[in-house]
Write a protein that binds this ligand. Structure first.
Ligand SMILES: Nc1ncnc2c1ncn2[C@@H]1O[C@H](COP(=O)(O)OP(=O)(O)OP(=O)(O)O)[C@@H](O)[C@H]1O
Ligand SMILES: [Mg+2]
Length: 301
């Protein structure tokens, strides 16, 4: 059965389709700087494909929770133990329920460990449960970072291992990785290299452009055009999309994300003294903050 997902519009009003079966076999990488429209694109893809295929979304910002109401995804808040999360992932495969793994509010270390546990749980399902499933990872550079960062080595190793399994060995198990990143240069190379389909959005930095050109087998000069793309416009290439690079304007979505573009608005008029009171005085109904960041150590000179 061939199912073509309508992702948007190409030049001359032609529809841009994505072959779902081919996508399951060949995976997808989406890249574009912040605000280029990646999460919107993922949402379009998820909404359009929801009747056809089971979905799991690894959601670091809680952006996709709003899919649940309209499309029936179950939201899994990563609050329980790792054992709980692993068991839930197993049941997700057994009962073929679409889910959003909501990692909002967790620190980076816990986000990585929770994503790793959940992905491993999907991956380790018994052979008779290997039904096809889209596994969408937004902000994939958080889970498969190219370089060691401030997180623990254990979190990095586990998360990178789970992402590598998803992209390199997931197909046989029915898992199709769809990963999105703001910065290609920050995403582990072996994870990015396993996708055969690409949707490239607005990209500013030379280092990301160079990585994109390498991945797509393009001249650097051709990849330069990614700099001029408008929000919501992506260059599509790959067996599930198009054999040649084509420009696509991603279509509208049914549910709302949280990533808004912020309109400028005038500041309220306030005498200076009052403004001081507003921020230094605790009001009666105010709660203590949930998370306090540890200040950066000051470098000694
Ligand atoms: N094709 C589109 N049509 C209409 N609006 C769009 C489109 N693409 C993006 N937008 C709007 O632009 C804004 C930014 O898009 P989005 O949140 O998808 O960016 P992003 O690439 O995910 O950014 P970040 O990396 O910061 O998460 C959103 O308000 C979104 O609704
Ligand atoms: Mg986003």
């Amino acid at each position: 059965m061939t199912v073509s997902i309508d992702i948007g519009e190409m030049a001359g009003n032609a529809r841009a389709g994505m072959d779902l079966e081919e996508l399951l076999a060949t995976r997808l990488l989406v890249q574009g700087n912040s605000g280029s429209g990646k999460s919107h694109l993922l949402r379009r893809l998820l909404e359009q494909s929801t009747p056809w295929v089971q979905q799991a979304i690894i959601d670091p910002e809680g952006d996709f929770v709003s899919l649940a109401e309209k499309y029936g995804h179950v939201v899994v808040d990563a609050v329980g133990t790792e054992k709980d999360l692993q068991m839930i992932a197993g049941r997700v495969r057994q009962h073929r329920v679409s889910v959003v793994l909501n990692l909002e509010g967790l620190d980076a270390d816990r986000q990585m460990k929770a994503a790793a546990t959940f992905l491993d749980g999907l991956f380790d399902a018994d052979r008779d449960l290997w039904y096809p499933m889209l596994v969408v990872v937004d902000e994939a550079q958080l889970f498969a970072p190219a370089a060691a960062g401030e997180v623990s080595e254990e979190a990095r190793r586990r998360s990178l291992g789970a992402m590598t399994n998803l992209m390199c060995r997931g197909r046989k198990r029915g898992l199709a990785g769809i990963i999105a990143t703001q910065r290609l240069a920050k995403l582990a190379k072996n994870v990015a290299a396993e996708a055969s389909n690409f949707l490239m959005g607005r990209t500013f930095l030379d280092i990301d452009m160079a990585r994109a050109a390498d991945l797509l087998g393009m001249e650097r000069r051709t990849a330069e055009t990614f700099r001029n793309l408008d929000r919501g416009h992506f260059v599509a290439l790959g067996p599930a999309l198009s054999r040649r690079p084509v420009s696509v304007k991603i279509g509208p979505v049914e549910t709302a994300g949280r990533g808004g573009t912020h309109k400028l608005m005038p500041l309220p008029d306030q005498p200076k003294e009052e403004a001081k009171d507003l921020i230094f005085t605790r009001s009666a109904d105010e709660e203590a903050p949930r998370r306090v960041r540890t200040p950066e150590p000051v470098a000694s000179t």
